[in-house]
Design a protein around this ligand. Structure first.
Ligand code: PEP
Ligand code: MG
Length: 547
């Protein structure tokens, strides 16, 4: 048995097979070959295998996500049959007398560059596809396994780190737990683990090799330890702990249906954060009063093209209908920083967290913003949708948003398309917004405090940088004071204020938030009932008096 200690992101116990997640990154060696015919045979065999894999992925996607989303795998198959691509590989193999892996890598790079420089949006987006098929070919040629191949049983995923774009591709039903070597407490992998309410560890110094892969593992999200190949005693002890955890969870279920009201009658809204419509089941199971943050950028991350108005409309409508009249706050696109989307073709930035992201993209690429707003307004006819804008720093941004909203409404009215007038709110996640929250409050219907970014920008600490976790103090008095000021300013202007950053779920602060008068806490679904328990047991006046 081996044990490795990391930092826990979410509690609970997971027991199951470990699967080491391998990225499709290959170090391509240029090797001299002497038999070009044999090398081309090897290439052709690999190509047939890759086409077969793609057919398998197409069939799976067709069942799971429908024809429109599965079509990409058909496009990839066609690309592998493209004459120009295959000729280029052959020329390099024969003329330079080099191995097929190298020829494919060169061809992939050349073609991707060519596509990327084209004027047509559709063709530009194909650059990522060429890279993708080339990676697949190289994976087959080098005899390594396809990392995207799904396991047949639920597993503990152990990885170096996981980018948001990688986590979206994982079959969530097959994941018992995440354990990463890197990653920070506020990375989106950590947030995903909390949303899925599964134990997860980050910053775990675990080897990513055969001493771990395929072995039985136990992740203890309470102590932050992963056991590999556990001995009999540990296994029995952990099974017992797992059963106790399940019992605690079941006890919390008895709080379902109760109002979130303190002993002295103060009410608070307990909402859920989601990134995907698949999360809706846990939202309902955990009795959320609404959705306080739907991170709509995941719709963009899950696609390989700009999601169309119709595609987005169907998703927003589904969420609104499923929540049946409960408030659903959908945050507009927050791409950029750690959430990168290939087809956005973003330029390299020295400081992406301080760069071109979120509302800044929407206001400078109005066609993207308008498409999303139209979809949101249309969906508002099917439930209680509220729209929330991220990364606000000024009144002038709000004015520009209001102009776009007016335009969208006018267009929809002219086209005779039904819509409601969804509430308009903003995230308070920059110090600038917190400080001018008295002014901002006059312009919007609600505030939601994004403590993840507010902490990052206030303490000047990159939330992605795991080395800084010890300095990342979300309990810093500057943060708590800002939250209090924002709530006060909201109330003065007659609007409500909530918290949708991870701090909202920090149970050591629940009483403090109630004392500040926070109106809403939006947390991962698994945290709703534990927080409800605290609310029900709190007397806010007594707490304030005892401070
Ligand atoms: C936040 O910054 O607190 C927030 C909720 O947004 P995200 O984590 O998606 O940046
Ligand atoms: Mg944020």
């Amino acid at each position: 048995m081996k044990a490795y200690t990391g930092k826990s992101v979410f509690g609970g116990i997971a027991i199951g097979k470990i699967s080491v997640y391998k990225k499709n990154e290959h170090l391509i060696k240029r090797m001299k070959i002497h038999d070009a015919d044999a090398e081309m045979e090897r290439y052709k065999t690999a190509r047939s295998e890759a086409i077969l894999q793609l057919q398998g992925l197409y069939d799976k996607a067709l069942k799971e996500v429908g024809e429109a989303n599965a079509a990409i795998f058909e496009v990839h198959q066609m690309m592998l049959e493209d004459d120009d691509y295959n000729k280029s590989v052959e020329n390099i193999v024969r003329n330079q007398e080099v191995n097929a892996e190298y020829a494919v890598a060169m061809t992939g790079d050349n073609f991707a560059q060519m596509f990327a420089s084209m004027d047509d949006d559709y063709m530009r987006e194909r650059a990522a596809d060429v890279k993708d098929i080339s990676e697949r070919l190289i994976t087959v040629l080098s005899g390594s396994e396809d990392s995207s191949a799904d396991s047949k049983e639920p597993v503990i995923i152990v990885a170096d780190d996981l980018a948001p774009s990688e986590t979206v591709q994982l079959d969530k039903d097959m994941v018992l737990s995440f354990v990463t070597v890197h990653g920070s407490l506020n990375s989106h992998t950590a947030i995903l683990a909390r949303t899925m309410a599964i134990p997860a560890l980050i910053g775990t110094p675990i080897p990513l090799d055969e001493t771990v892969d395929g072995k039985l593992g136990i992740v203890d999200g309470i102590t932050g330890i992963i056991y590999v190949d556990p001995d009999e005693d540990t296994l029995i002890e952990m099974q017992k702990k797992q059963a106790e955890e399940t019992e605690k969870k079941n006890l919390l279920q008895t709080l379902k249906g109760r109002e979130n009201v303190t002993l002295d009658g103060q009410k608070v809204m307990l909402y859920a954060n989601i990134g995907n419509i698949k999360d809706l089941a846990t939202v309902i199971q955990n009795d959320a009063g609404g959705i306080g943050l739907f991170r709509s950028e995941f719709i963009y991350l899950e696609n390989d093209h700009y999601p169309t108005e119709e595609e987005q409309f169907q998703i927003y409508k589904k969420v609104a209908e499923t929540m049946a009249g409960k408030r659903v706050i959908i945050r507009t696109l927050d791409i950029g920083a750690d959430k990168q989307c290939d087809y956005f073709d973003m330029e390299h930035e020295e400081n992406p967290a301080l760069g071109y992201r979120a509302i800044r993209i929407c206001l400078t690429r109005p066609e993207i913003f308008k498409t999303q707003l139209r979809a949101l307004f249309r969906a508002s006819a099917f439930g209680k949708i509220a729209i929330m804008y991220p990364m606000i720093t000024s009144i002038s941004e709000i004015k520009k948003i209001q102009e776009m909203v007016a335009l969208v409404k006018a267009e929809l009215n002219m086209e005779g398309i039904e819509h409601d007038n969804p509430e308009q709110g903003i995230m308070i996640e920059t110090p600038a917004a917190a400080i001018i929250s008295d002014e901002l409050a006059k312009e919007v219907d609600f505030f939601s405090i994004g403590t993840n970014d507010l902490t990052q920008y206030t303490l000047a600490i990159d939330r992605q940088n795991t080395k800084l976790d010890e300095f990342y103090d979300p309990h810093h008095p500057a943060i708590l004071r800002m939250i209090s000021i924002v709530v006060e300013n909201a109330h003065k202007a007659g609007i409500w204020a909530g918290i949708c950053g991870e701090l909202g779920a920090d149970q050591s602060l629940t009483k403090e938030f109630l004392a500040m008068g926070v109106d809403e806490l939006s947390v991962s679904p698994g945290s709703i009932l534990p927080i409800r328990k605290i609310v029900l047991e709190t007397n806010v006046e007594e707490y304030k008096a005892g401070k």
